[in-house]
Design a protein around this ligand. Structure first.
Ligand code: AMP
Ligand code: MG
Length: 341
């Protein structure tokens, strides 16, 4: 990935768009030198409260920064470019990574680059997954999108019309009181689902290329609470239904766009059943299927550093005045100047 026309550079990336906070350091050879992360844990039974998460992120950010520099074995003055997640995400949370980046950029007198969060997931996926031009299924607590490159933009070809897939799993788990252990809810549901092959029908909602999970969530909760279905059977059914839906949309994107690589990323991408379904589908199309290790699939600072570095080296320049956070920042808004195809 090294670019011959530029000297090797080091970028730092700050990410705190949702419940995770991270500081990553990469170089222009595509090596991840550090990737420190912490997670805000809401009270049992509650979802993420943006202001509380932001407070947590601000508290741990200095320690993460110090640990990242130590992990990378560099001093602050070796940093060439300072990158941060500008959006999309939760406003109070985003402001933490933006303030950290502005402060560091000003004190070191270095350029600052605001990165689109979804694009960063795609770019770190291309780097770590060694992919050229994948269709990307990005499924997390805050996003459910099928993203692909076309004509100098990353387009969202399909997405949720209401709640994200990870959120659907999280709320179902909370309603079932499964969150005492503090493990990711999706993993607890996955473990429950693995104990049975039984299946109860749930609504299957795909509209064109878009998805809806809120009706399924309500139906799943009702199956347990009103119809007395065992929670593991409904957990299994919820996975089978939701994963089949995202696989269908990813399949159509792959076929219509005539691409031959499929990448799954985001927190839900650690699910083995989802990966199995996507792998089978990709094989049917003669496409290569890849996942990522959790450190680069889950929200992280390295993906922000890497994407900001690509942008900067391609000529992107940004004034401090243009670093206000953007909660609804869409990937389509960014011209992809760093890809030559
Ligand atoms: P992210 O938003 O990318 O940080 O990912 C968090 C989301 O991933 C949450 O909704 C989790 O419940 C979900 N998740 C984590 N592990 C798994 C798993 N093994 N299966 C399904 N979902 C998971
Ligand atoms: Mg994310």
């Amino acid at each position: 990935m090294a670019s011959e026309t530029f000297k090797s550079q080091i970028a730092i990336g700050f990410e705190s768009s949702a419940d995770k906070v991270g500081v990553g350091i990469v170089n222009s050879d595509g090596e991840i030198l550090a990737n420190q992360r912490a997670t805000y844990k809401p009270e049992i039974g509650k979802g993420v409260i943006p202001r509380d998460a932001a407070e947590h992120h601000a508290e741990v950010m200095p320690t993460l920064l110090r640990n990242a520099l130590k992990e990378a074995q560099i001093s602050p003055d070796q940093i060439d470019i300072v990158c941060f997640t500008q959006g999309s995400g939760m406003g109070p949370c985003l402001r933490v990574d933006a303030i950290a980046a502005r402060t560091l950029a000003i004190s070191l007198n270095r350029p600052i680059v605001g990165v689109n969060h979804q694009i960063a997931h795609v770019e770190i996926g291309r780097l770590i997954g060694k992919l050229e031009d994948p269709v990307v299924l990005y499924v997390s607590g805050g996003n459910s999108q099928v993203i692909a490159y076309s004509n100098k933009r990353y387009h969202v070809f399909g997405e949720t019309l209401d709640i994200p897939l990870g959120n659907c799993l999280d709320v179902f788990g909370r309603e079932m009181h499964l969150d005492a252990s503090h493990a990711p809810m999706g993993r607890i549901i996955e473990e429950l689902a693995e104990t049975t092959d039984e299946y109860v029908p749930l609504p299957y909602i795909v509209k064109g290329m878009d998805l809806s999970f809120s009706g399924i969530l309500t139906a799943a909760i009702r199956k347990v609470k009103e119809e007395g279905q065992p929670v593991e059977v409904v957990a299994n059914s919820l996975q089978e239904t939701c994963f089949a839906m995202v696989t269908e949309v990813a399949e159509r994107a792959l076929a219509h766009l005539n691409k031959d690589e499929l990448l799954v990323t985001g927190g839900v991408a650690s699910n083995n059943r989802l990966k199995e379904m996507l792998d089978i589908m990709a094989k049917d199309h003669g496409a290569k299927f890849s996942g990522l290790p959790p450190a680069t699939a889950i929200d992280n600072g390295a993906m922000i550093a890497w994407t900001g570095l690509l942008m900067y080296q391609a000529g992107h320049r940004q004034e401090l005045e243009d670093t206000l956070v953007r909660q609804h920042f869409r990937p389509e808004e960014v011209q992809v100047i760093w890809r030559s195809d």
